[in-house]
Ligand binder design. Sequence first.
Ligand SMILES: Nc1ncnc2c1ncn2[C@@H]1O[C@H](COP(=O)(O)OP(=O)(O)O)[C@@H](O)[C@H]1O
Ligand SMILES: [Mg+2]
Length: 237
Amino acid sequence: MTSIENSILKGVNLTRRYGGFAALDNVSISLKPGEVRGLIGSNGAGKSTLMDALSGRGLTSGSVHLDGVDVTTMSPRERRRAGLARSFQKTSIFPDLSVEKQIRLSARAAEQDNADEVMEELSLTRLATRRAHDISYGEQRRLDLALALAGRPKVLLLDEPAAGLTVEESLKLASLLRDLAKRWGVTVLIVEHDMEVIFSICSHLTVLHLGKILAEGSPAEVRAMPQVITAYLGSTA
Ligand SMILES: Nc1ncnc2c1ncn2[C@@H]1O[C@H](COP(=O)(O)OP(=O)(O)O)[C@@H](O)[C@H]1O
Ligand SMILES: [Mg+2]
């Protein structure tokens, strides 16, 4: 079912408070089916807090709708089954489990069985029996993406999936993600600090600043907005 506004994921008036401090202050966001949206903003802007709120962790007030269904009171596990997956800023890999075992567990959590397909798509098949601990850092980041993609989610929330990679490696991972998202019809919200990477995969950007939305638009539009340049892009624009 698709909602009237044709949004696959919608967060309405999302607020997260820590005591008197609002890490997320009445933020509304709406993703269209199939779009790859970049979420940017300086350190502490509230990006991870927004990802948490959308995935069912720590919402003080507001509501979340997935494909027309109100999922606000669903647990993270129930949302996963409903088609919302995420990766964390720090990897969610279990170091002692094999690559294949983890992907199977993750697919099972989404009540799907596409582990082989995911391994193939992310070039992890030849590493299937290796322990996550023993593969390279770049391969671990690919495994992390595989865990999120297992079960072919409708919507994927990625919090800095390329953290710690070189720009070249990040661009490779981004292009892999872009192609797969397009072929599978997965809608993506991605936090990434490297503008080259963001501009290479995102059709649309949302800029957060001090817990509020500062700007939204195409990469070219956002890049030209004075308030964005002042608050975030600074001299790199
Ligand atoms: N557990 C917490 N307790 C208090 N403040 C927190 C907590 N977690 C995050 N914050 C604050 O919330 C704000 C947003 O954090 P975060 O969402 O992690 O930012 P970003 O991901 O954009 O760097 C920051 O000011 C941060 O210090
Ligand atoms: Mg963060």
